[in-house]
Design a protein. Structure first.
Length: 413
């Protein structure tokens, strides 16, 4: 195991060694990890001294040049991301670094940047929604530049439709519907910005897609129990993961909502949790006893010491909020260990909770209240899971009625 106190720094970064070591300890780095970070900075400091660079000259381009040389001789810490803890320390300490000249951005990148500002400032969309919109619009712009260039004023809804048809040859109707929604929002923004006219902004028609075409994907009660009873002994953070799974399966939160959950959101006396959902809506939800007990168990026994107020933290230092993607990956791993054939994500647990409510006799209104749906039409798709109840509403197929009458006449003496 490395000893951070034995790492010797020479060069321009030597004066920062003690403060950086203290910063690493505060962020929860183990002595071995702190030693690795200090050794990396020591290598950087020697390299800077050889090139006659001061601390202020540590620009992003300089860091890139350092790692380009380091990759020739080292097998670990080979990218600028490895130095994130140190550059973050410099920023927090107010130590300025030379800024690189702004990169030359393409015309489509400039347009996307302005569209992103509109989504964040004017529409107040959640970060995940903004990213999804940008990921849908970006390939369209690249496709359009390759065909017609960057004259955005001549952009038409016909081109957007052609792009959707091009994608539709290899993608599902659901994916095309998402892309159409993003492109529709993009063209409407171009209209508001005075780039295109009304006819171009409103020309993307609806995509033939129905959420009622199939049954919603959900897990049975035994499958959910199998995920909750997974082999936690193999996991790095079993107490955290168990509390997370109970929040997902008993409260129906989205992975992003779990990621954003803070200690200040929990009212232990009232037994309630403030959940920040889509469009920034804040709603109070009751905290089930078993969920609260699991969270307390995690906080008391396994949560890393950190000033971060998020409830669920990543185990490796720095101890920051656990990412939504990590939450879904944990659920997927648990599902695989439980022997569930198809891939299970965090959102599947939310669907499973809704179907369980209806399956036990609950109403659509109760399911909508639990899932915090703003529109009843979003919840009504779960009505399809009660197949026995739906059979009572169906009328006999006409051909069957005729056949029954024929058989009855044949049976008469």
């Amino acid at each position: 195991m490395g000893d951070p106190f034995k790492v010797v720094l020479v060069g321009p970064l030597a004066v920062l060694a003690a403060d950086f070591h203290r910063c690493l300890s505060e962020m929860g780095y183990s002595p071995d990890s702190a030693s690795n970070q200090l050794q990396l900075v020591a290598h950087l400091s020697r390299w800077m001294e050889e090139h006659g660079l001061a601390v202020r000259g540590l620009s992003d381009q300089v860091i890139g040049a350092f790692f380009a040389e380091r990759r020739l001789r080292y097998r670990n810490f080979r990218t600028p991301r490895s130095l994130a803890a140190f550059t973050g320390f410099l920023a927090a300490a107010g130590i300025e670094r030379t800024a690189d000249p702004p990169p030359v951005r393409s015309a489509e990148d400039e347009l996307l940047s302005r569209f992103e500002q509109y989504l964040v400032v004017e529409r107040a969309l959640r970060p995940t929604t903004v990213v999804n919109y940008l990921n849908q619009v970006r390939p369209f712009l690249r496709w359009r530049v390759g065909r017609s260039g960057t004259g955005w004023g001549s952009l038409s809804s016909v081109e957007a439709t052609d792009f959707l048809l091009f994608r539709g040859a290899s993608e599902s109707a659901g994916s095309i519907r998402v892309a159409a929604t993003a492109l529709r929002a993009f063209l409407r923004w171009l209209l508001l910005d005075g780039v295109i006219g009304p006819s171009a902004a409103e020309g993307i028609g609806p995509v033939a897609y129905s959420p009622y075409a199939g049954l919603p994907k959900f897990l049975t009660a035994s499958q959910v129990d199998g995920i909750l009873a997974g082999p936690a002994a193999r996991e790095v953070a079993p107490l955290r993961n168990q509390a997370l799974l109970l929040v997902l399966t008993r409260m129906g939160l989205r992975s992003r909502e779990v990621q954003d959950l803070t200690l200040d959101d929990i009212d232990w006396r009232a037994g309630a949790v403030k959940v920040t959902g889509k469009a920034g809506r804040c709603e109070l939800m009751p905290l089930p006893v078993d969920v609260g007990a699991a969270i307390v168990d995690y906080l008391a026994k396994a949560r890393p010491v950190s000033s971060d107020r998020h409830v669920f933290l990543q185990v490796p230092a720095p101890h920051r909020a656990l990412a939504g993607t990590s939450i879904s990956q944990m659920v997927t791993l648990r599902g695989a260990r439980a022997g569930i054939g198809s891939r299970v994500g965090a959102h599947r647990l939310r669907h499973s909770l809704a179907t369980a409510v209806l399956g036990s006799g609950g109403t659509l209104g109760e399911a909508a209240q639990l899932l915090r749906h703003s529109s009843p039409s979003t919840t009504v798709i779960y009505a399809k899971v009660n197949l026995d109840g739906l059979r009572c509403l169906t009328r006999p197929w006409p051909l069957t009625v005729v056949e029954d009458h024929q058989r009855a006449s044949q049976d008469r003496p």
